[in-house]
Design a protein around this ligand. Structure first.
Ligand SMILES: [Zn+2]
Length: 273
């Protein structure tokens, strides 16, 4: 699933080419998850922003077009009729006044599109309750510590809720816990552990962003290019391979429905519950 580095990479690519264009026609899959995409017709695009894993497209009529990529959502831009355009997995498309068509494909259909009044996220609870951006100065180790110790959930499960910090999913969470030497199935943590985890989160996301995102299977940039970060992962997906720090084989287990890879030696013993 695309996480902050992948969504931010796509945001930069869209924001470089879309502002100023006006949407003159639009179509969408009839599912309620996508259908409102057509209501953006008539508006011009001012900017493409991001919050967590959400793309926020500012329209010039006081509304926002919001896109969550789900697991397999991808954007492409078709020019004229030579190539591209709506296909069998297209869930929404927007034709622009300069002849280009912005296409949103999503084979698995876990994505979501909504058009809302600017800043009104009540129909999107995860976005509405999103924690701070990881690169924002308000996201401090203390803030992370408070957000994680205020629940009895497993630390990783709480991190993935998007409330302690926005934009971290399974890949970057495993990387961050490994880097911090904190066991992801713990339910408590000390302030020094929170300080290391904070550094691990910021570092993992920054490395992902520098690599243009992580392409395990589906993720592509707007131009179809793959990310490079999959070659730099230290923990995620490396079950059975030696830990880069202590050489013990990494282990994997499922907690709260999510597969987690970790080092039993340098991240500490697995909690009993
Ligand atoms: Zn280790």
């Amino acid at each position: 699933m695309p996480e902050l580095p992948e969504v931010e990479t796509i945001r930069r690519q869209l924001d470089a080419v879309l502002p100023g264009a006006r949407i003159v026609a639009a179509g969408a899959h009839p599912s309620a998850k996508f259908a409102t995409a057509t209501t953006a017709k008539g508006a011009a695009i001012d900017a493409v922003r991001r919050r967590g894993k959400y793309l926020l497209v500012d329209l010039d009529d006081g509304r926002e077009l919001i896109v969550h990529l789900g697991m397999t959502g991808a954007f492409s831009i078709a020019t004229g009729s030579e190539h591209g355009g709506p296909g069998p997995y297209t869930r929404a498309w927007w034709e622009l006044d300069d002849g280009r068509t912005v296409v949103f494909d999503d084979t698995r259909r876990f994505g979501r599109i909504a058009v809302v009044d600017a800043g009104d996220y009540r129909s999107l609870p995860t976005l509405h309750d999103l924690g701070p951006e990881p690169f924002d100065p308000v996201f401090t180790p203390k803030v992370l510590w408070e957000a994680l110790r205020s629940t009895r959930r497993r630390l990783k499960t709480q991190l993935l809720s998007q409330r302690p910090v926005a934009g971290v999913g399974n890949i970057y969470a495993d990387e961050a816990f490994w880097s911090a030497q904190v066991h992801p199935a713990r339910r408590t943590l000390t302030l020094p552990q929170a300080e290391r985890l904070h550094a691990g989160i910021v570092e993992a996301l920054r490395q992902g962003l520098d690599g243009g995102g992580t392409t395990l299977r589906d993720y592509r940039g707007v131009d179809g290019s793959r990310g490079e970060n999959q070659f730099r992962l230290a923990c995620y997906g490396r079950r059975g391979l030696p830990c880069h720090r202590c050489e013990a084989p990494l282990e994997a287990a499922v907690w709260d429905g999510r597969t987690t890879t970790f080092c039993h030696r340098c991240q500490g013993p697995t909690p009993r519950r």
